[in-house]
Design a binder for this molecule. Structure first.
Ligand SMILES: O=C(O)CCCC[C@@H]1SC[C@@H]2NC(=O)N[C@@H]21
Length: 248
């Protein structure tokens, strides 16, 4: 069984507004990190694009605050570290489920979205002062979602396995994150890219990337060394830094 990774602090709260806010407050108060903050219940969980992250209970909500001494571009690739760690967690507790990664950092279990990952940072200059990596994993329950959504939420319990406790999942997540983060620091992005591609959904197949001003359809050919999605299109290869990806 996993043990808590050496060198990482840990706090567990019964309830909080958002672990992202707790991490930010700690960082602004000078906490050196790395420290994980977990809450058994969040009353004001935040998701991407200002959306709320609703937790019906029994799930994992945790944020890692760290000062990684990396450029903003390098630090952005922590989203792949996070996705691989969540995929490891899902594989540990639901070994028979179909687990796939959807670029850039969605983890799909039996085709549904099992987790949400949110990165925030602060600082002026080339390097962020701190970064927080917020991860919510649906263990016992899933938030209400549109059943017709492209990737409806799913929980581990929905996948037919006994949901682990938030504490047990927290240790597995923190250990997996530390393993992938160590590899990233020691060997660069290449092994993470390989691991992502090995688990990527729809590699070699058509996908649709929705960008703010256009929609690009192409064959999911690769990830480039900066983590960008490479699509083969009739107009040639397109490298995409940010988009929502759908499967036609
Ligand atoms: O929109 C998404 O997919 C990202 C959701 C991120 C949710 C996690 S739960 C732990 C941390 N605290 C928050 O308020 N948000 C993140």
């Amino acid at each position: 069984m996993d043990v808590w990774p050496e060198g990482y602090g840990r706090e567990i709260h019964e309830q909080t507004g958002s672990t992202m806010d707790d991490a930010r407050a700690k960082a602004r108060a000078g906490e050196p990190g790395p420290v994980w903050i977990m809450a058994k219940l969040q009353t004001g969980g935040r998701g991407r694009r200002g959306n709320a992250w609703k937790d019906p209970g029994g799930n994992l909500a945790a944020t890692l605050m760290l000062r990684p001494q990396m450029s903003a571009k390098e630090a952005a690739l922590l989203s792949f570290v996070s996705a691989l760690a969540v995929a490891d967690l899902a594989g540990r507790f639901a070994p028979a489920a179909e687990i796939a990664l959807k670029w850039p950092n969605d983890v799909l279990v039996n085709g549904g979205k099992i987790a949400g990952i949110l990165l925030e940072s602060e600082g002026q200059g080339a390097r962020p002062d701190w970064i927080s990596v917020g991860i919510g994993v649906n263990l016992a329950s899933r938030p209400p979602g549109d059943p017709a959504a492209a990737f409806p939420p799913i929980s581990l319990a929905d996948a037919g396995v006994p949901a682990p406790s938030a504490e047990a999942a927290f240790t597995v997540l923190a250990a997996a994150f530390a393993r992938w983060f160590d590899r990233y620091r020691d060997e660069g992005f290449a092994p993470l890219r390989d691991a992502f591609l090995a688990r990527a959904a729809r590699l070699g197949e058509p996908v649709v990337a929705r960008l703010p001003r256009e929609t690009v359809t192409g064959i999911f050919a690769d990830l480039d060394p900066d983590g960008r999605l490479v699509l083969d299109t009739p107009q040639g290869a397109r490298r995409i830094a940010a988009a929502d990806v759908f499967f036609p």
